[in-house]
Design a protein around this ligand. Structure first.
Ligand code: PEP
Ligand code: MN
Length: 295
C-alpha cells in the first residue's frame, strides 16, 4: 500500500513525487507568483476576470471592457469560440469565432484591459494568441491533452478550468501537462462540480469551495474561482463570490453583461455593471479581513 498522508483525498505521496512533481509544492510556504500584463497572480492582490459569457458583438464587448475597466476589473473575459451544450443555433445564439476575436482585440486596444478567452481547437491557436493574454482551457477540454500541450508550448499563461466531474488529482495531472512543457504560468479555476443534489432543480453545478484549501495543501499554483458558471443563478453569485474570497481564492471570474436577462448564453447567471461595482467593494472588504485586496 502507498502511504497517504492526506486522508479523504485520492492523492498519495507517490502522486506528489512522481505524477505531478512540478505542480506540487516543494515546501509548505511555496506559492507561485507571476505577472500577466503587470497584474500579479498568487500575491496579496486578487485579480478579477469579468465580462460576458460570449463575445456577442463589437459594441457589447467594448461596452463591457470600458465599464469593467472603470469599475476596477483587471481582465476582460469573453468567449468567441464556445463549447455550447447543444448543436442547434439561432441568430443570437451563434459563436462569433474569428470575428469575436477581432472584437475582443478592439476592446483590448481601446481600454488596455488584458484578455482571457477560450480555445477549443489547436488550429485556432495562432489566431487566438494574437489577442489573448491568457488562454482559457474550458472545463470540457480539461483532459484534452494534445490541446493543452499545444497551448503550453506557446508559453502563454493558461487558465485551466476544472472539469465538473474531475477530482483534484485529475485536475493537477492536467496542470502537470502544462508545467512539464516548461510553462509555469498556470491558474487553476474551480467552476462547480456535478452532484446529485444542487438545492434548486435548475442548478447545474455545486461550487466546490473546499477544493481551494485542499488544492493549496498540495500545489503552489494560484486558484481562481468562477461562481457564475457554478451557481448558474444570479442571486447566488454575490454570496458565493464572497465565500470564494474567504476560502482563499487567488482570482475570481465573473460573468458581467450590460443587460443580463438578454445575454445570448446562460442569461440566468450574469450580473450587470452596477451589481459588479457593488460586488467589487464587498470583495475588497472580505479580502482585507484576510490581509489581501481586490482593488
Ligand atoms: C466559460 O467560461 O464561458 C465556460 C464555458 O466555462 P466552463 O468551461 O467552466 O463551462
Ligand atoms: Mn459559459
Amino acid at each position: 500500500m502507498l502511504e497517504n498522508k492526506f486522508p479523504g483525498k485520492d492523492i498519495t505521496i507517490d502522486d506528489i513525487k512522481t505524477k505531478f512533481p512540478l505542480v506540487a509544492k516543494n515546501n509548505p510556504n511555496h506559492f507561485s507568483k507571476f505577472k500577466v500584463n503587470g497584474v500579479e497572480f498568487g500575491g496579496k492582490k486578487i485579480p478579477i476576470f469579468a465580462g460576458p459569457n460570449m463575445v456577442e458583438s463589437k459594441e457589447l464587448i467594448l461596452d463591457c471592457a470600458k465599464n469593467i475597466k472603470k469599475i476596477g476589473g483587471h481582465f476582460l473575459r469573453g468567449g468567441a469560440f464556445k463549447p455550447l451544450t447543444f448543436p442547434y443555433r439561432s441568430k443570437k445564439y451563434t459563436e462569433t469565432r474569428e470575428e469575436g476575436i477581432k472584437w475582443l482585440k478592439n476592446a483590448k486596444l481601446k481600454t488596455d484591459l488584458p484578455v482571457v478567452t477560450e480555445i477549443m481547437e489547436e488550429r485556432y491557436l495562432e489566431l487566438i494568441c494574437k489577442t489573448a493574454d491568457i488562454l482559457q482551457i474550458g472545463s470540457r477540454n480539461m483532459q484534452n491533452y494534445p490541446l493543452i500541450t499545444a497551448c503550453a508550448k506557446t508559453k502563454k499563461p493558461i487558465l485551466l478550468k476544472r472539469h465538473y466531474g474531475a477530482s483534484l488529482r485529475d485536475w493537477l495531472g492536467a496542470a502537470e501537462y502544462i508545467l512539464c512543457e516548461g510553462n509555469n504560468k498556470v491558474i487553476l479555476c474551480e467552476r462547480g462540480v456535478s452532484v446529485p443534489h444542487t438545492h434548486r432543480n435548475t442548478s447545474r453545478f455545486l461550487l466546490d469551495l473546499q477544493v481551494v484549501p485542499a488544492a493549496k495543501e498540495i500545489t503552489h499554483l494560484p486558484i481562481a474561482v468562477d461562481p457564475s458558471h457554478a451557481t448558474f443563478w444570479r442571486p447566488w453569485v454575490e454570496p458565493m463570490t464572497l465565500a470564494a474570497i474567504a476560502s482563499g481564492a487567488d482570482a475570481i471570474m465573473l460573468e458581467v453583461h450590460p443587460d443580463p436577462e438578454n445575454s445570448a448564453v446562460d442569461p440566468l447567471q450574469p450580473i450587470n455593471f452596477k451589481a459588479f461595482k457593488n460586488l467589487m467593494n464587498k470583495m475588497d472588504k472580505v479580502a482585507k479581513i484576510l490581509g489581501r485586496t481586490v482593488k
